[in-house]
Design a protein around this ligand. Structure first.
Ligand code: NAD
Length: 321
């Protein structure tokens, strides 16, 4: 299989992630077969895609004359065999349960061309487990998006010991060809890269709030208007590089053991205090929503719309639209 031959994609499962992948594939000129288990799920998927197209239009990420051609590239089906039979790339977006992922893969393998690449959107399962019973594990990778995949550029690619390295490179090239920023993990690990980084920050944030150092509202403000706004441009290694005339190495030498005092005081617990934190932090988050300017909004749907508008503005600066 060559990248130039990859023109038809199957998107298996059309929920939050599947419908967003499908929209991205169609926006990038690919023919897409969208599969879901019944007509009701297909109808929801069509609605999701329609809503996402409406916001892309409203925020200037696509033009009105593109809408019909994007929609015309998507075909919907409740037959998995029909979805995959002509596909060169298959993005699996079913429920996050290992037995379901394995049975979806078996259904795919029964009907897909043997050289079609299979990529699972799984957020946390190891691709070696998902493909444990695969007939062709050599063409299987993990392709973990960040929600929503039609906007957020990152995709994390993982592979098992049985995956053919040329297929890893092909999957990477395919994702890059549709504008994704693809990173390949050199070895499998739970949570991959981005979710682990996110959780490390969130653990500390939760700890600061639970210790009474700050409110959830102020922790969010510190993140958004401090490191977060820089992280939308460069990762932390590049931020360190820019922080010292000697670059990252100079910065590390300058910091010396200065961070050790902080590290000694920082959270290192291994169980998420989810319920307790929910109880403590919700009132502060409600207050934050009340305090937002009207332009941002005061309800979840209003604020989510503002988030998407701002995401598109940032992505335009990154030349992603
Ligand atoms: N939601 C996120 O933020 C996010 C981010 C990255 C990755 N993911 C991963 O993407 C995958 C899908 O997550 P989601 O949030 O879209 O879930 P979802 O519940 O919104 O969608 C799942 C879809 O799979 C369909 N489905 C159910 N059984 C199926 C089967 N046997 N075969 C095919 N499809 C089936 C459902 O009808 C539904 O449309 C999961 O593996 C999840 O971990 C989710």
């Amino acid at each position: 299989m060559r990248l130039e031959d990859m023109k038809c994609v199957a998107s298996i499962g059309g929920g939050v992630i599947g419908s967003s992948w499908t929209l991205l594939f169609a926006m990038r000129g690919l023919k897409v077969w969208q599969y879901d288990i019944n007509q009701e799920q297909i109808d929801n998927c069509v609605k999701n895609i329609g809503r996402n197209i409406d916001s892309l239009l409203e925020f200037g990420a696509i033009q009105a004359d593109q809408v019909e051609s994007i929609k015309s590239r998507i075909s919907y089906t409740t037959s998995i065999a029909e979805a995959v039979k002509d596909a060169q790339f298959i993005q699996e977006n079913g429920p996050e349960r290992l037995p379901i992922k394995q049975s979806i893969l078996a259904e795919i393998e029964a009907a897909a061309p043997v050289d079609a690449i299979y990529a699972s959107s799984s957020s946390g399962l190891l691709i070696s487990d998902v493909t444990a019973h695969a007939v062709h594990p050599e063409r299987c990778v993990g392709g973990h998006p960040y929600n929503p995949p039609h906007l957020i550029p990152l995709v994390e690619i993982t592979y098992s010991g049985k995956t053919d390295q040329s297929n890893v490179q092909l999957a990477k090239a395919f994702y890059q060809s549709i504008g994704k920023e693809a990173v390949v993990l050199n070895r499998e690990c739970p949570g991959y890269i981005a979710n682990r980084l996110q959780l490390a920050v969130y653990r500390e944030m939760i700890d600061l709030v639970m210790r009474g150092v700050c409110t959830a509202e102020d922790a969010d403000k510190a993140l958004t208007f401090g490191p977060g706004i820089r992280w939308a441009i460069f990762g932390h290694n590049m931020i360190m590089q820019l922080g010292n005339p000697g670059g990252l190495k100079g910065m590390m030498a300058m910091l010396g053991t200065g961070g050790d005092v902080w590290l000694a005081d920082m959270a290192d617990w291994k169980h998420m205090p989810n319920e307790k934190y929910g109880e403590i932090a919700q009132a502060s988050v409600d207050e934050m929503m009340k305090n937002f300017p009207d332009e941002v909004g005061h309800t979840n749907p209003e604020i989510a719309k503002y988030r998407d508008k701002m995401l598109i503005e940032i992505l335009k600066l990154h030349h992603k639209f």
